[in-house]
Design a protein around this ligand. Sequence first.
Ligand code: UDP
Ligand code: MG
Length: 313
Amino acid sequence: MKTYEKLLSIIVPCYNEEESVPLFYAETMKQEQYFHDKNIEFEFIFVDDGSKDATVAVVKALREKDERVHLVSFSRNFGKEAAILAGLEKAKGDYTVLMDADLQDPPALLPEMYGYIEEGYDSVATRRVDRKGEPPIRSFFARRFYGLMRKISKTEIVDGARDYRFMTRQVTDAIISMREYNRFSKGIFGWVGYKTKWMEYENVQRVAGETKWSFWKLFLYSLDGIMAFSTMPLAIASLFGILFCVVAFVFMIFIFVRAMIYGDPVAGWPSTVCIISLIGGVQFLCLGVMGQYMSKLYLEVKDRPKYLVKEEF
Ligand code: UDP
Ligand code: MG
């Protein structure tokens, strides 16, 4: 058997992907020859994120045929971010690549990605230039989210960026070294830095099964992203406080002067109610913002494992 100089770990988070996994494997193996010629061996790491279908059995069947197939199976669904981390931790490769099981990350791009690594880039990232086949309302909110993130976070988070990434060992280790519980990969990749090449491609629809992201799930995920990579909401809360103090002070002087000149007829009940309820509302809003950060802090402090493994090989 041939021994190779280098190893490429292909990490695939899978949640209910029994139909996609064999298709993914077949499609990716088409690229094997190219890497074989470059003296690079493949290693597949399928991370089963608590699937309820036969994903684990399907991966085991692949293993029967191919020794290079590995599995990490979670005790329950921990989310894609945890699956990515588990895959990166298990990977032994000199290079790693993160790919979705549904073939939305075309394996045909792998040689080009490696080409950039050979040129000296540390990581090759991808972004899709369009959002074909996605509900317009989802695209609209996605765009707003990235626009907002650009304004309020110092970490670069690119619109349309996918998790499809080719990385050197150095970058992989850097990502693993980030031990936070609330993981937002798009931010983590930007935060670690290194020389990154961006490749663009047109959106591809998934081959089988359906997306795991509901609108609501995406909305909550975007809040996670904002809180993990920006403290701007806290600053805005403080600004509200300052603003209201200034307004109150000016108002106080105004009332004082008016009372000196015109006396103090009891009136203005409606305006008082309006002001009190407005300020009350803003207070609760700010308290809520603080509470959100605190709840994240709470989870970080508890330092629970990011995933639990039921089975692996
Ligand atoms: N995935 C996962 N855990 C989850 C949800 C998704 O591991 O809780 C995997 C899923 O199997 C797929 C990838 O993450 O390989 C992307 O998911 P999906 O295609 O549903 O997302 P989309 O491409 O629609 O953003
Ligand atoms: Mg997908």
